[in-house]
Design a protein around this ligand. Structure first.
Ligand code: ZN
Length: 147
């Protein structure tokens, strides 16, 4: 198995010291303690022992398991962002058009009608916005990767 190289841990070599003296590895600190043998998992890229909960190999950054947020999750996340943007644009566009109608309205009735319509329209957009944001937000949370 060994091809003559004496370094038995080539992937976890300490980097050459720059200013600090090299760290002598005696007992591994608790934070760097390897996971229990039963749960141990090795990186397919560098064979380092990694935590089974790790998404990426801490040594080489190789992705170990796919995050739960698949294409659907990402789509939902962007849909959520896009939805909020569209709703904001709709709201401002609606308010803008109301202002124009108000300026060009000739009769009091037309002004009143526009005001009422704008109130209902804006309210509907807001209600739709809130409902959509809550539903999409929940879906985004549900498709979140579990850590
Ligand atoms: Zn690795």
């Amino acid at each position: 198995m060994h091809s003559g190289r004496m370094n038995n841990d080539p992937w976890n070599r300490p980097r050459p010291p720059t200013t600090e003296p090299p760290v002598v590895r005696r007992n591994a600190p608790a934070s760097a303690a390897p996971p229990k043998a039963g749960n141990a998992k090795t990186c397919p890229n560098c064979d380092a022992v990694v935590s089974p909960k790790a998404f990426d190999c801490p040594g080489c950054g190789h992705p170990l398991r796919k995050a739960r947020r698949g294409p659907i999750g990402w789509t939902l996340k962007w849909l959520f962002i896009a939805f909020n943007l569209v709703m904001a644009v709709l709201l401002f566009a609606g308010l803008g058009s109301v202002g124009e109608t108000m300026n060009t309205a000739t009769s009091e009735a037309e002004r009143a009608g526009t005001a009422i319509g704008a109130t209902i329209g804006t309210g509907l957009v807001l209600v739709f916005w809130m409902a959509g944001a809550v539903i999409l937000g929940l879906l985004v949370l549900l498709t979140r990767p579990k850590k």
